[in-house]
Design a protein around this ligand. Structure first.
Ligand code: HXC
Ligand code: NAP
Length: 281
């Protein structure tokens, strides 16, 4: 689908790049010629992923960092820049989330999710942007949000509130920082089952299947599909896309939105009956 050198000479920093979607995007970017820097809280996980990338011929480095800490972020950037010379593209992918009735959450639980998703994304973007602006360097920020950033969703309120804030940031900075040559884009994935979503969001039997049944295309997304979209959006081929969020969900959120979408359940006979009643004789 892409030229092999689509991302050649680009240094791409991915938060939460040791696992799940972040890891898959890193692999795809690396195969397209990018140098990959990943960060997260678990050093062993990062080391393992970076080694896998290196064994595949990808120039990959890692640094332990909690995105809730501006000091740790600054140190991680210093390390990555000392190795790669600069960072060209930032992917804010790290997240924390779990399903719970809102009334059962503690303030600390709310802070944990909002701290990672909203504050973490803003701190990372601030650090990258300050460096780009002071060096007169262009940049791209890709934020991974969700479709409930604009619909909201029961039982994941801190995550929904934080992702909505991230999306507002994308649309705000797309305008504010365009004058510095910094683009902002976002991806809103539907279900892409990962170890983390299975553990935190659909751990009970039948939950994952039920989620996938909501998707009009009848399946979950694949890592290849989301990685291809990400590679395009961060590449120079997408250089006029700024402030946009691209949904990749098989039509899931729209199915929930349309008032008549439940008519999908009607049989052929029921449609005939409906027509015989409603159509002018
Ligand atoms: C209620 C919970 C809880 C749960 C933790 N807490 N899990 N409350 N239900 N299931 C509470 C704790 O009791 C504590 O509050 C507070 O949250 C912080 O917990 P810690 O474990 O100390 O926090 P921390 O180590 O910072 O971990 C953050 C985390 C954790 C968010 C709680 O789950 C995490 O690290 N997640 C990272 C991976 C992840 O979540 N990936 C999923 C992304 S998927 P008290 O008051 O007791 O101290 C995604 C997809 C969306 O976003 C769409 C899918 C279709
Ligand atoms: P994941 O594997 O849990 O990825 C999250 C990553 O973030 C982990 O590598 C984790 O590593 C890191 N992380 C968490 N807290 C951190 C912190 N405080 N500082 C630094 N790193 C931190 O989950 P995923 O499913 O791949 O999700 C990736 C992104 O896609 C998230 O933004 C998620 O909201 C979004 N998304 C996913 C789906 C889906 O179906 N999978 C759907 C919609 C949106 P450590 O624990 O080692 O820190």
């Amino acid at each position: 689908m892409f030229k092999d050198d689509l991302l050649k000479n680009k240094a791409i920093l991915i938060t939460g790049g040791g696992t799940g979607i972040g890891k898959e995007m890193g692999y795809k970017f690396g195969k397209l010629g990018a140098k990959i820097a990943i960060l997260g809280r678990r050093e062993d996980v990062l080391k393992d992923t970076a080694e896998k990338f290196t064994n595949e011929g990808i120039d990959a480095i890692f640094h332990r960092c909690d995105v809730r800490s501006p000091e740790e972020i600054s140190r991680a950037f210093d390390y990555f820049v000392s190795k790669f010379g600069r960072i060209d593209i930032l992917v804010n992918n790290a997240a924390g989330n779990f399903a719970s009735p809102f009334e059962e959450l503690s303030p600390h639980a709310i802070d944990a999710v909002i701290g990672i998703v909203l504050h973490g994304t803003l701190y990372m973007t601030l650090e990258a942007g300050k460096r780009w602006i002071s060096n007169s360097q262009k940049g791209v920020v890709l934020d991974i949000v969700t479709t409930y950033a604009w619909t909201g969703s029961a039982f994941v309120v801190p995550s929904a509130a934080a992702k909505a804030g991230v999306l507002a940031t994308v649309r705000s900075l797309a305008v504010e920082w365009a004058r510095y040559g910094i683009r902002h884009v976002a991806i809103a994935p539907g279900p892409f089952p990962t170890d983390a979503t299975r553990k935190n969001l659909f751990p009970l039997p039948g939950m994952e299947e039920a989620l996938i049944n909501r998707v009009p295309l009848g399946r979950a997304g694949t890592m290849e599909e989301i990685s291809n979209l990400a590679a395009y959006l961060v590449s120079d081929e997408a250089s006029f896309i700024n402030g946009e969020v691209v949904t990749i969900d098989g039509g899931e959120w729209l199915k929930g939105a349309g008032q008549f979408n439940d008519l999908l359940q009607l049989t052929k006979e029921q449609w005939e009956m409906l027509k015989s009643i409603s159509k002018k004789k």
